[in-house]
Design a protein around this ligand. Structure first.
Ligand SMILES: Cc1cc2nc3c(=O)[nH]c(=O)nc-3n(C[C@H](O)[C@H](O)[C@H](O)COP(=O)(O)OP(=O)(O)OC[C@H]3O[C@@H](n4cnc5c(N)ncnc54)[C@H](O)[C@@H]3O)c2cc1C
Length: 445
């Protein structure tokens, strides 16, 4: 079964590896990759001894132990990783506030603490008395769930920075399990200064000792690298009687990890309404800025959130050099700052970088004379934006792809908020289905 895998990010690589490990003739597996190297969003870059992840700080964690084990084994086993305790904070004026915010109210200035507690209790009381259901709009959901103090001091400004849209443009259904949800007792305790544990998810994470997060995609690639055609963008996808052609070459089976929103550029005979649904899927891009610092060490933090405009355009900073001792030269440290763009965004200009540094200086996180140099990478697709038409669009797209036997996979190949562990899990599950299909003659099940 001659199989084309479009894109050699962690999804495409995991699928290829699992197919080959599962016994599919390796010469029948072909990966098309536009970039000069594999890894996609799970790539890292090293400049003058400083390594950073190109799509914002990445950590390895996840609920599915078998998947994590597979990823670690592909990368060289347990010894190839460092284990880290997650230490995250919110920068609020000159204070460090525990994360999640509602577990850190006692760290706030008294006035803000009072606003947040009052709003939280009022919102909680309103839900008890009226039994009101969760509003479908994200902005209204924030008020309903956290009250107006937490909305004003953290949730609204922080989310405005990331999403770059009116918060009611987003829906609230994607937040379950993503936005931490503390019991009211914990919030009351936190506000009067009794520490509560808060969010235990990702309490521990792993990170490759060498090479940044890319070590994982490189590790997965080792057994299939000869099957990857780098510098080979997909330019045309055409349906045939027995399958598909990719750039004019025949295949029995095609799996696409390319962003759904890009597919209409390549598809020759996609119905107009499906192409329209693909094109109008909403997403945000990202610019990742490395800031190399002439400073021996910084606080034991993993990453921090910057909710306020005065802190500059970055919404999150990863303390990259805390992830592994090999991320920066001895005696130096590094920050990785994330700035989202609405959709693809334009090329990042010099002013944006100056604003990032000014914001960090204003937030008291660095002094400008410590900055050795900066570097940046822009990624087109970073965050799926869940708007009111998200489900309807995907239904139309997947209905057609299913009927056309074009198989979607990956974070933007499916437009799902999946981290690398889930991408790997889904790729390996798909491999099992494709191996069954190959064993039964290659026809679509
Ligand atoms: C800010 C941020 C933070 C994240 N943090 C974490 C984290 O801490 N932990 C974690 O596990 N995950 C994290 N993730 C998620 C993780 O990066 C993704 O889930 C994963 O990398 C997606 O892999 P993929 O292979 O599905 O897609 P991609 O990596 O996007 O791969 C798609 C590939 O297709 C290629 N391509 C595009 N167009 C073409 C074309 N025309 N022809 C051929 N090839 C093409 C691209 O070059 C790319 O290599 C984070 C993501 C972001 C944006």
């Amino acid at each position: 079964m001659k199989t084309a895998i479009l894109g050699a990010g962690i999804s495409g690589l995991s699928l290829a590896r699992a197919l080959v490990e599962g016994g599919l003739d390796r010469s029948s597996v072909h990966l098309f990759e536009a970039a000069s190297e594999v890894g996609g969003l799970c790539r890292s870059k090293t400049v003058e001894g400083f390594t950073y992840d190109v799509a914002g700080g990445h950590i390895l964690y996840g609920k599915d132990r078998e998947t994590i084990r597979w990823m670690k084994d592909c990368t060289g086993g347990e010894d190839a990783f460092v284990t880290r305790d997650r230490h995250t904070r919110i920068r609020f004026e000159d204070r460090w506030v525990s994360y999640p915010f509602e577990n850190g109210l006692g760290d706030l200035p008294p006035e803000a603490n009072f606003d947040c507690l009052k709003g939280y209790v009022e919102a909680w009381h309103a839900r008890q008395v009226t039994g009101s259901p969760a509003p479908p709009e994200f902005g209204k959901w924030v008020q309903w769930r956290f009250g107006d103090g937490i909305a004003k001091h953290f949730m609204d400004p922080y989310n405005a920075k990331i999403w770059k849209r009116d918060l009611d443009f987003l829906t609230s259904d994607w937040v379950a399990g993503r936005v931490p949800d503390a019991p009211i007792e914990d919030v009351l305790k936190a506000s009067i200064g009794i520490r509560t544990e808060g969010y235990t998810h990702q309490a521990i994470f792993w990170y490759p000792l060498d090479g940044g997060f890319q070590a994982i995609s490189d590790g997965i690639a080792t057994t299939v690298m000869d099957r990857v055609r780098v510098n080979t963008p997909v330019r045309e996808l055409r349906r045939t009687a027995g399958g598909w052609t990719v750039n004019g070459e025949d295949f029995d089976c095609v799996v696409s990890t390319l962003a759904l929103s890009d597919l209409p550029q390549f598809l020759t005979d996609c119905p107009a309404e499906v192409a329209d649904a693909m094109r109008t899927l909403e997403f945000n891009g990202l610019v990742s800025y490395l800031v190399a610092l002439d400073r021996p060490q910084h606080p034991d933090l993993s990453w921090i959130y910057l909710p306020h405009e005065s802190q500059g355009p970055a919404n999150r900073i990863t303390y990259m050099s805390n992830y592994s001792p090999h991320m920066a030269p001895e005696g130096k440290t590094s920050f990785l700052c994330e700035v989202t763009t609405r959709g693809v965004g334009g090329p990042p200009d010099a002013q944006l970088e100056l604003d990032v540094i000014d914001g960090l200086a204003h937030a008291g996180l660095l002094s400008k004379d410590e900055v050795l140099f900066t570097d940046h990478v822009a990624v087109r697709h970073a965050y799926v934006v869940f708007d009111a038409l998200y489900h309807a669009r995907r239904e139309a797209i997947f209905g057609w792809m299913e009927s056309a036997d074009l198989i979607p996979l990956g974070r933007f190949g499916r437009f799902e908020y999946d981290n690398s562990d889930l991408c790997v899990k889904k790729a390996r599950e798909l491999a099992s289905r494709l191996l069954e299909r190959a064993a039964s003659g290659g026809a679509k099940a």
